[in-house]
Design a protein around this ligand. Sequence first.
Ligand SMILES: NC(=O)c1ccc[n+]([C@@H]2O[C@H](COP(=O)([O-])OP(=O)(O)OC[C@H]3O[C@@H](n4cnc5c(N)ncnc54)[C@H](O)[C@@H]3O)[C@@H](O)[C@H]2O)c1
Length: 426
Amino acid sequence: MRAPHTSRREFLKASSLTVAGAALAGGTAAARLAHAAGTDEIRVAVIGCGGRGAGAAANCLEADPAVKIVALADAFQDRIDSALKMLSGKFGERVDVPEERRFVGLEAYRPAISADVHLVVLAAPPGFRPPQYAAAVQAGKHVFMEKPLCVDAPGFRSLMDTNRLADEKGLKVVVGLQRHHQSRYLEGMRRIHDGAIGDIEFLRVYWNGGPIWIKPRQEGWTEMEYQIRNWNVFRWLSGDHICEQHVHNIDVGLWAMDGQHPVEANGMGGREKRKGKDQGHIFDHHAVEFTFADGTRMFSQCRQMSGVMTNVSESVHGSKGVWNSNDQRDDGNNPYVQEHVDLIAAVRSGVKLNEGWHGGISTMTAILGRMATYSGQVIRWDDAVQKGPRETPEVLALDADPPVLPDANGLYDYAAPVPGEYRPFP
Ligand SMILES: NC(=O)c1ccc[n+]([C@@H]2O[C@H](COP(=O)([O-])OP(=O)(O)OC[C@H]3O[C@@H](n4cnc5c(N)ncnc54)[C@H](O)[C@@H]3O)[C@@H](O)[C@H]2O)c1
């Protein structure tokens, strides 16, 4: 399976042709949107108003003067309040979210999507992404969604179905794998695909970084609220950090490989320093060897640990040379804004743009890697996709039990997979 990938170069070419065509026909790109939507405004709902949701909303407002934020949804009122304060302070009347368009709760995405909006920003924890993406596309909305796109195989399958529906409906989808909108990556991939480093022999991708934030447990929080607030350290919400962070680097490797996914993976990992009541049950390091259909290998490492060397980069080794992302320079573009510029250009021009395809395949590759490190077995792509278990709960409510509970000492360590014992499927 290859992601039907549209490179930014192809996209820009197609988009400028379409815009030029529209201008020749006597209409501007903006007029096309006005015609389609009956208004020149681009009305946006933000679902998941935390650090990135608020940040993506700001980037979307920066991207185009026609954007207005008109609805906010979050599991918790305090996150809506802080996002609204920041956005209103910075963008004034372009943030028009009266009380009746502020939606709170785990199902708050539904009324936000149904509000009179053209585009939705999905930035809740990744475990919630597939149903929220499906609801947005079913309602006919364009989508910007943060990575990763799912945490398990059933989520991946749902996501790919939604990609198909988005394409059928002509909806535009951009994913927060912002390297696809960053000049040094675009230029590097253009050169790699043009043969500048010869045939690809192997790839190395890394996110070896430090520990991330945690939110201390507050009185009155249910266990479900505690986990959703600390979603990073619970597999059912984040997919583990191999999925949550390292997907960026894995995605670059797959991009270099023309959107192919690996056919199998083996690896090792564990929980060396991640100890304590606030550390959930995910690993703190993973090392994976992914193998593609032609035998090419991609070596991947990710770590969230203090006191050790760090390295966030991608390298592609070819028969005639090596490309390393950290040796390159950007031309000053801000990829977090550019991704919204590109999305809005596609909405206006009608050119095809759906990054859910490569975003989904990159996310599933990270999930495949996780199955390999958790189990210590060779895991095949087809098995992972077809038989991978559901991680998210059947019943989702703040007073329901999440899929993993703390033991009598308040620890989740018992639920961390043990290689050789854990099996992702029978
Ligand atoms: N592209 C990037 O560089 C980048 C950077 C940071 C984060 N991210 C991604 O953005 C997403 C959000 O991360 P963050 O750092 O903003 O986390 P965060 O915890 O600050 O924000 C998540 C928000 O979602 C809310 N939420 C939880 N459940 C919800 C639900 N069912 N419906 C609606 N809202 C819900 C939370 O209350 C919170 O406000 C993650 O997928 C993360 O991987 C991407």
